[in-house]
Design a protein around this ligand. Structure first.
Ligand SMILES: [Zn+2]
Length: 437
């Protein structure tokens, strides 16, 4: 019998509450909880902290199978727990691609044996994420991994007929197509956002319209076939506008923004440091402000990390040759606090909606995103919003070190994470002396 009593914290709605966990379930919430077994609970002092439901990431590159030099399911699970996540979604662009029941089941089992977070495999939309023939969507949905989210992420599902068929096909099992919106002909060889900075630097530009054209096409397509569409990593003000328009018309579309696109701009490229090279690219200040506004008003439903580990040899080279991507699991919550909470754009309750409730709902992850409620699985994140910390790439749990936030002082420290009632992260100073459990 494993029991924990979190004392002295507040919930997302600022209400003071102790939380009692017993055998993986939240069994008590409130001040002065009484429970027959309370005396044998491990008491954890979380005074000054927020007790939030475990975070859910809908967009994570775990790199296994195939690129275990950059990340594994286990190392990404550790990084996720450290960042306050209790579930991640494993993107399909692995080697081999997760386009069959066999591969998604392999990833699912690796997640279970790591045992630190739920690992929900995302299935590829097309075979080999090549954009031509549909992958085994039904077989992946019916597999042990019970896949509901499908994406060719890294690549755009460019062919509108293929996109239409995929949207139609996933309706039978309530699936969703998560689109990496990048018009390929407009972005061939592109290196960064197309704008003033790209012309100064002489790097090939990536126009906003390349993203917006696909978003516009796909919201019209999903409206036509009445299925579910999710837009990955929106980065432009125009993209936010199109999604706002679509939602106003009642179109079934959801969207995500990454923490890095909420904070960083294409100005960073002036350093020529490829740590800031990412797909989709960092955009302008105006875009960043529109993304924050869209996230605050719910046009953008969720924050997703797009955690993209790469080994040093793929990042520490010339900009042109460097891989696209940044790691993000361990810094996501702090970046969202910095950009959305500390700026008074969003409350903690809304943050919970954007980083736990809504991503679980979109992915149909029924055991996640239930909030801090009686009888729910004890997936809990405890954060001290007043404790700042300095990002050190040498201390990350991820196997790759490509964080753009290295050396930055960030607000909000995850001090404990519980997955199914078991601490995956727990600062020892919180555990009260004299515990006998
Ligand atoms: Zn992507």
């Amino acid at each position: 019998m494993t029991k924990y009593l979190l004392t002295g914290g507040t919930l997302a709605n600022n209400q003071r509450a102790d939380v009692l966990i017993s055998d993986g379930v939240i069994v008590g919430i409130g001040e002065n909880i009484s429970h027959p077994d309370l005396t044998i609970a491990s008491k954890i002092d979380v005074a000054g902290c927020k007790i939030l439901p475990g975070l859910v990431d809908l967009h994570t590159h775990l790199r296994e199978p195939g690129r275990e030099d950059s990340e594994t399911v286990l190392s990404a699970s550790r990084a996720a727990a450290k960042g306050g996540f209790t579930a991640v979604s494993a993107m399909a662009n692995t080697f081999p691609v997760a386009d069959t029941a066999g591969v998604v089941e392999q990833v699912y089992r690796l997640g279970q044996s790591a045992g630190l977070v739920d690992v929900f495999p995302i299935g590829a939309v097309t075979q080999g994420i090549a954009g031509k023939a549909l992958a085994e969507l039904g077989a992946m949905a019916q597999s042990a991994a019970r896949v509901r989210v499908f994406s060719d992420d890294g690549n755009c599902v460019f062919d509108p007929m293929v996109m239409r068929r995929a949207l139609e096909y996933v309706k039978q099992f309530d699936g969703v197509i998560a689109q990496h919106a990048q018009e390929p002909t407009l972005t061939q060889g592109a290196q960064m956002n197309e704008g003033i900075i790209s012309s100064i630097l002489g790097l090939k530009g990536w126009p906003a319209v390349a993203e917006e054209a696909i978003i516009a096409r796909d919201v019209l397509l999903v409206d036509h076939v009445k299925s579910r569409l999710h837009i990955c990593h929106v980065t432009t003000a125009g993209g936010v506008e199109i999604i706002r328009w679509a939602k106003a018309r009642g179109i079934e579309v959801t969207a995500e923004v990454t923490p890095h696109h909420l904070l960083l701009t294409d100005e960073m490229a002036k350093t020529y440091n490829p740590i800031f090279k990412v797909n989709p690219p960092l955009r302008t200040e105006e875009d960043v402000m529109a993304l924050r506004e869209g996230l605050a008003d719910g046009t953008i439903d969720i924050v997703a990390t797009d955690h993209a580990p790469h080994p040093a040899e793929d990042k520490e080279c010339e900009w042109q040759n460097a891989a696209f991507g940044m790691i993000g699991l361990e810094t996501a919550l702090s970046i969202v606090q910095k950009t959305m909470i500390d700026t008074a754009l969003m409350t903690w309750e809304t943050l919970v909606e954007r980083m736990s409730t809504a991503p679980a709902r979109i992915g149909r992850y029924s055991a996640q995103g239930q909030g801090i409620t009686l009888g729910s699985p004890a997936h809990i994140t405890v954060i001290n919003p007043n404790q700042s910390w300095r990002v050190d790439r040498d201390l990350v749990s991820s196997r790759s070190k490509n964080t753009p936030f290295h050396g930055m002082e960030l607000p909000g420290k995850v001090v404990a994470t519980f997955f199914n009632g078991v601490p995956t992260v727990l600062e020892s100073r919180l555990v009260k002396a004299g515990n006998n459990a």
